[in-house]
Design a protein around this ligand. Structure first.
Ligand code: RFL
Ligand code: PHB
Length: 390
């Protein structure tokens, strides 16, 4: 097989890249290790920045998003038994949209299939070759049969555990990394959300997050130990802990409902520089990871591929290489802003196992400042709603 851009991985990054390239008249083929059903039901991110929504709508993906997405004009920070609203609309003129990542993925797969684009699901043994030549290749097995995809460019959108980043020769990439001494235990519950915006709670027993997916489904997270055994968390224990960490002095109650799904998410900050090598361009989680506290992961993936789609379009339609050469530098400025914001939110809102009372006092002071100073609240708000796309 031959195509212009070989795309490894059908997450939001790979699927949106293929979509944007198709609109610009550039051919691509997506290869994905998992099944269509698996990628369409993988529950992950839920918050879209306004710039992400605008891009999806402008590229013809807004139909269901605009109908079912929940527009939120603020979030609440909760600590010491009280809630404090950060009013995004008043502080920035912007809002966020709650719409599940798997819904974005379903919309993208639907659009690709309607347009007759190729997404090869369930492939195995994917590897990438000749990355520093003008004719790189992707090889894989489909139904047990070896196949080869010859391309001009490869997009590595295969997530943090993918094969593209490790295929870059040693010594090319610099890695910047931080792990955190906690993880998140997340649940999806068939319970109507008991509040209409997200709540980030700092509590002496640890962080908790109240979110949602729809008027019927609540999404909740708890800070737990990094090596936590999820089997030790019965539904009753999870609800007890959520009530304790989220409750307020004025009697706010969390609605309970059947737990539909439970997961443990590690917390990590990770960046490689540069995000390219020869004709391989990394985008999304393949190049960088943020802890989920700032809701930035999927939005960064979208920002990367919007830059990459523009650069590839210039390359294939007019032979321009400058935008491709600048790809990594263009993306990394935004990546580092999101890395800092996610690290900052994480550090402000979690209990550190080795944290002393001094650290706790600093965290409380920071929280008091953020909810009482318009300047501090505006800084949180403009990062949360997202800076303009590059
Ligand atoms: P993905 O989604 O991981 O997709 C990569 C795809 O590549 C496939 N793959 C391969 N295919 C072929 N060959 C191989 N060798 C392959 N290896 C892997 C995989 O099967 C997969 O289909 O990466 P992408 O596209 O870069 O998208 C990134 C986002 O998924 C990620 O950043 C977000 O989910 C992070 N995240 C959040 N981001 C937000 O913007 N807002 C949020 O509110 C938010 N909440 C979250 C999150 C991530 C979480 N977890 C589970 C880590 C909440 C959680 C709990
Ligand atoms: C979610 O709804 O899954 C979610 C929301 C906000 C975050 C992380 C996850 O910061």
């Amino acid at each position: 097989m031959r195509t212009q851009v070989g795309i490894v991985g059908a997450g939001p990054a790979g699927l949106l890249l293929s979509h944007l390239l198709r609109l610009a008249g550039v051919e691509s083929v997506v290869v994905e290790a998992r099944s269509r059903d698996y990628v369409e039901h993988r529950v992950r991110a839920g918050v879209l920045e306004q710039g992400t929504v605008d891009l999806l709508v402008a590229s013809g993906l807004g139909e269901r998003l605009q109908r079912e997405g929940l527009c939120h004009r603020g979030i609440e920070l909760r600590f010491a038994g009280r809630g404090h609203r950060i009013d995004f609309a008043a502080l920035t003129g912007k809002a966020i949209t709650v719409y599940g990542q798997q819904e974005v993925v379903k919309d993208l797969i639907g659009a690709a299939l309607r347009a007759g684009s190729e997404i090869l699901f369930d492939v195995t043994d994917v590897s990438v070759h000749d990355l520093d030549s003008p004719a790189p290749r992707v090889t894989f097995h489909r139904n047990g049969v070896p196949e080869e995809l010859q391309c001009a460019v490869i997009a590595g959108t295969d997530g943090f555990h993918g094969v593209c980043r490790p295929s870059i020769p040693p010594g090319v990439l610099a890695t910047f990394e931080r792990t955190y001494p906690f993880a998140w235990l997340g649940i999806l519950a068939a319970a109507p959300p008991s509040h209409d915006e997200l709540i980030y709670a700092y509590h002496e027993r640890g962080f908790a997050l109240f979110s949602m997916r729809s008027p019927e489904v609540t999404r909740l997270y708890l800070q737990v130990a990094p090596d936590e055994n999820i089997d030790e968390w019965s539904d009753a224990r999870i609800w007890r802990e959520l009530h304790t960490r989220l409750e307020t002095d004025d009697g706010w109650r969390l609605n309970e409902g059947p737990v539909l799904e439970k997961l443990l998410a590690p917390m990590r900050s990770f960046v490689v520089e540069p995000m390219q090598y020869g004709r391989l361009f990394l985008a999304g989680d393949a190049a960088h990871i943020v802890p989920p506290t700032g809701a930035k992961g999927m939005n960064l993936a979208v920002a990367d591929v919007s830059v990459l789609a523009r650069a590839l379009t210039a390359f294939f339609t007019s032979g321009r290489e400058d935008l491709l050469e600048q790809y990594s530098a263009t993306c990394l400025a935004r990546v580092w802003r999101a890395e800092h914001f996610s690290w900052w939110m994480t550090s402000m809102l979690h209990r550190f196992p080795d944290g002393d009372t001094f650290q706790h006092k600093l965290q409380r002071s920071q929280l008091d400042y953020v909810v009482s100073s318009r300047a501090a609240a505006t800084s949180l708000a403009e990062n949360y709603v997202g800076l303009p796309l590059p």
